[in-house]
Design a protein around this ligand. Structure first.
Ligand SMILES: CC(C)(COP(=O)(O)OP(=O)(O)OC[C@H]1O[C@@H](n2cnc3c(N)ncnc32)[C@H](O)[C@@H]1OP(=O)(O)O)[C@@H](O)C(=O)NCCC(=O)NCCS
Length: 178
């Protein structure tokens, strides 16, 4: 469990796999830049995915909750962890659109970044972001990530090929806040 003043990151529980979570994955504004949009999303599919990934030590996966209310607003995942290189990808979504623009994504990224560097002794974090997802890029940049390259025409969005930005953060560039 990871905590900041406003957020609590905890393991996903069966009770999280509900219609609200499903509605996030089926919301075109939320799934526009997510790979999940290619799969039919149902409660059964959520259960199957959760069963398969809940105890995967190479991809720790957290529910992002508002501290106090314990309201689940999105998810964040670190992985797959490449232990030989001590690096991992970091990805997230805030499914509750009413919670966008309040700094929650940046706060969740910072929490997992600090945990990955301090507790897991990872040395490098990366993020792949569809070009044009300026909100996501900004949230990672606020946490010290920098653009390391552009994968040209890497993915398909609405029938068109699109670039992907690769952002990264070496641990040596990180200044612990606590
Ligand atoms: C992208 C996403 C994670 C951002 O979450 P968030 O909680 O709103 O992010 P934050 O509030 O921490 O930070 C967003 C920053 O980007 C800025 N921003 C948001 N939209 C922007 C845009 N279109 N252009 C430029 N900057 C933008 C915000 O102003 C904020 O910066 P600031 O604090 O300097 O003002 C969220 O919108 C989301 O989950 N979207 C759908 C799924 C997704 O895209 N996930 C990421 C996949 S890589």
């Amino acid at each position: 469990m990871l905590k900041s003043s406003r957020l609590l990151l905890r393991a996903l529980e069966p009770g999280d796999l509900n219609d609200t979570y499903l509605s996030w994955l089926n919301d075109p504004a939320v799934n526009r830049y997510l790979e999940t949009r290619f799969l039919p999303q149902t409660l059964e599919a959520l259960q199957t995915y959760w069963q398969a990934h809940r105890d995967d030590p190479s991809s720790p996966w957290f529910a992002i909750c508002l501290a106090g209310q314990e309201r689940h607003i999105g998810n964040i995942k670190l992985g797959p962890i490449q232990w030989l290189h001590r690096r991992a990808d970091l990805s997230l979504f805030i499914g509750e659109r009413g919670c966008w623009g309040q700094g929650y994504a940046s706060e969740a990224i910072a929490l997992v970044r600090d945990w990955a560097f301090l507790e897991l002794d990872l040395q490098k974090l990366n993020a792949g972001i569809y070009a044009g997802n300026f909100g996501s890029r900004r949230a990672f940049e606020k946490c010290g990530f920098g653009l390391e390259g552009t994968l040209r025409e890497e993915v398909v969005t609405s029938g068109q090929r699109q670039d992907v930005w690769r952002l990264g953060m070496p641990r040596s560039y990180w200044t612990p806040t606590a």
